[in-house]
Design a protein around this ligand. Structure first.
Ligand code: UDP
Length: 242
């Protein structure tokens, strides 16, 4: 495994292009490697600073991938640039396509019942070569049955959409139950299933996806205050370094 990482306020990101990352995932799938992917954004970097246990879980993942333009800007500003943003959603998309191509077993966990159902239906319809071995919404009281099902069905890829830090804690606890690629995908099923729209291309291009999400879901405002706070900390760190 490569270990070329860039430290952004305590979170260690992999210095990889999308192409390199995808090649690693292809190789991992070919040998059935047990892997854990996290895709931190500035909000997660800040939570990890406050919670050592969560920080250890994130930094011990096999892949720590920069989701969010804030991470790319921060890395550049600190003089340790990362090549490009790689979102959890794009990674989900790549893994689904790869699973279809390689005829792999997939398990979906998390999000609301109607969202996970719609995601499962979409996989069955649009990716017919995937062997969808199971799926479950993310509002369970006891995970025993879910974990047993995963251990029994042995999926090659397990998508976990419980939001952070729940999904990372879940994966860290149970990844030994199946040699799979485990990835925390946050709200990606909401978009994948068509329940929520992703920002129009123009917003994505201008790095204003966050702004689009804010107008669509004003309740996210509190969470978004993490971004200016993160930027202030980057500036402070830069000063300390110089
Ligand atoms: N979620 C869940 N169980 C929970 C809490 C959240 O399944 O107990 C799901 C929720 O339905 C949503 C996702 O986790 O699909 C988290 O979405 P959010 O937008 O917070 O994630 P982000 O992508 O911003 O990390």
């Amino acid at each position: 495994m490569h270990k070329n990482r860039v430290n952004i306020l305590g979170t260690e990101f992999d210095n990889l292009t999308t192409k390199q990352f995808h090649k690693y995932l292809d190789d991992d799938l070919d040998v059935n490697a047990n892997r854990f992917i996290v895709t931190p954004n500035p909000e997660i970097v800040l939570s990890a600073r406050k919670d050592t246990n969560f920080s250890e879980i994130v930094n011990n993942a096999d892949y720590v991938i920069p989701d969010g333009i804030g991470i790319i800007k921060g890395a550049k500003s600190l003089g340790t640039p990362l090549p490009e943003r790689i979102t959890g959603f794009d990674t989900l998309q790549y893994l689904v396509e790869t699973a279809n191509r390689k005829l792999l077993k997939v398990y979906l966990l998390g999000s609301k019942p109607e969202v996970i159902q719609a995601s499962a239906d979409k996989i069955k319809k649009d990716y017919p070569q995937i062997d969808l071995v199971g799926y479950h919404d993310g509002y369970f009281k006891d995970e025993t049955d879910i974990v047993n099902e995963i251990a029994e069905k042995k999926p090659n890829i397990i998508f976990v959409a419980l939001g952070s830090p729940k999904q990372e804690i879940f994966i860290n606890k149970y990844r030994n139950k199946a040699d799979a690629i485990w990835i925390g995908v946050g709200g990606s099923f909401d978009v994948f299933s068509g329940t929520k729209q992703r920002a129009p291309k123009i917003f994505q291009k201008l790095n204003l996806e966050w702004f689009y999400r804010l107008i669509k879901e004003p309740t996210r405002f509190g969470r978004m205050l993490a971004i200016p706070k993160y930027m202030r900390l980057i500036k402070k760190e830069k000063k300390n370094n110089s």
